[in-house]
Design a binder for this molecule. Structure first.
Ligand SMILES: Cc1cc2nc3c(=O)[nH]c(=O)nc-3n(C[C@H](O)[C@H](O)[C@H](O)COP(=O)(O)OP(=O)(O)OC[C@H]3O[C@@H](n4cnc5c(N)ncnc54)[C@H](O)[C@@H]3O)c2cc1C
Length: 348
């Protein structure tokens, strides 16, 4: 008799999906860190994504979806379950929505990051441009989508240029760029819980700073309809370029900012000029450049831990513990993780 993983493998291979046992997850994260997944499938079509999630639920195996792996710190012992690599990448322009897209209630979420200035301080959209709906698979990379849409005269994703995210990962984390939140662009989305799939609207996600309902509900985004703008492409390209240049100096072999920025009350208590966690790690804790094994608290941006070559998850976790305990002891700060740890870590 076949075990659950063999059953999943067989059913997915029957529909042409590439499946592996014991494939290193380091190959699927921007950090380049992580041991093997018991079973891993690279999914290219939405229908197959729906099927993969359904099979994981049907056979009751632990599973996790990975987009571009740019917010993940994966255990050296890997993930003892089924990893779904989401490479779905179709998109289409749907046209004008029936009703104008509701604007984001900006007071709902406080952006606790450094202030934007110059080009980046402008409104979410440049002027009174017409709304346009675009349906996008959840595995598509934001940068690829933005560039394709500019060629079709559509703007709106410029604020997220240079962030190595897929659409699904961006929704899960409510990705932020230049003081904008990705969640604000959502018109509706198709989710699955492994048994059924259904359409929800933006409110369903209960977006917050680094937060969405997906983090607790564990639902998977299949596709999304984004409310973008017709026109404004020249200025969008300018913003994209400038923002990408700023992002390019951040360490790419990383999982982005490891910790969240400070809350307003924490910033006020410490009397700091900025809520930036990078400022705290660099100026207050003096940890910039600290090395453990192959991992380093980045000298270009202290909020990032960088893989300098052959870093292990254990090296990264050691640096995380160092930052956390020093922040607690010296500043009375309980730091909150922005990057997510995946897999079992007590064996490190
Ligand atoms: C150099 C660098 C710069 C960065 N800059 C920024 C920045 O400016 N702003 C910012 O917000 N973040 C930034 N990040 C972090 C990261 O890019 C974002 O958090 C991004 O949204 C993660 O997307 P991903 O596709 O890589 O998600 P992954 O890392 O693959 O996954 C993250 C989480 O989302 C879940 N997930 C992925 N796809 C789906 C789906 N379809 N349905 C349900 N859940 C899903 C995963 O299971 C996981 O829990 C940066 C990272 C790097 C490496």
């Amino acid at each position: 008799m076949m075990n659950p993983y063999q059953n999943i493998r067989k059913e997915l291979e029957d529909n042409g999906t590439a499946v592996w046992a014991d494939k290193p997850l380091a190959d699927y994260t921007t950090f380049g860190i992580g041991g093997p997944a018991r079973l891993l499938a690279e999914i290219r079509q939405t229908e197959h994504l729906r099927k993969a999630v359904q099979l994981a639920c049907q056979y009751r195996v632990p599973y996790k979806i990975i987009g571009n792996g740019s917010n993940l710190i994966v255990s050296d012992s890997g993930f003892d379950g089924f990893i779904i690599i989401n490479q779905t990448a179709k998109w289409e322009i749907l046209g004008r929505p029936n009703k104008p897209c509701p604007s984001a209630k900006r007071k709902d979420i406080r952006f606790n990051g450094p202030r934007a200035n110059g080009l980046f301080a402008a409104g979410l959209h440049s002027g009174p441009l017409e709304d346009v709906l675009v349906r996008v698979d959840s595995g598509l990379k934001i940068n690829t989508l933005a560039q394709s849409l500019y060629r079709h005269g559509i703007s709106g994703l410029q604020w997220f240029a240079g962030i190595p995210a897929t659409v699904g990962g961006a929704i899960y984390m409510n990705m932020h760029g230049a003081r904008r939140f990705f969640g604000d662009l959502i018109h509706s989305a198709c989710l699955t819980d492994g048994r059924k799939s259904y359409i929800v609207n933006r409110e369903y996600f209960k977006f917050g700073y680094d937060r969405s309902i997906l983090q607790t509900s564990k639902e998977i985004v299949l596709w999304v309809e984004l409310c973008l703008k017709k026109g404004g492409v020249a200025s969008a390209r300018k913003i994209s370029k400038a923002w990408s240049r700023q992002k390019a100096i951040q360490p790419q072999r990383s999982a982005g900012c490891v910790f969240q920025n400070l809350r307003a009350d924490e910033q006020e208590r410490l009397g700091l000029p900025t809520p930036s966690i990078g400022y705290v790690i660099d100026r207050l804790l003096g940890l910039k450049g600290t090395v453990r094994g192959g991992a380093c608290i980045s000298s270009s941006h202290a909020a990032f831990i960088e893989n300098k070559g052959k870093a292990t998850c254990a090296d990264v976790l050691e640096l995380i513990e160092l930052i956390k305990s020093k922040a607690q002891k010296e500043l009375g700060l309980e730091l909150r993780m922005e990057a997510e740890i995946l897999g079992t870590i007590n064996k490190e």
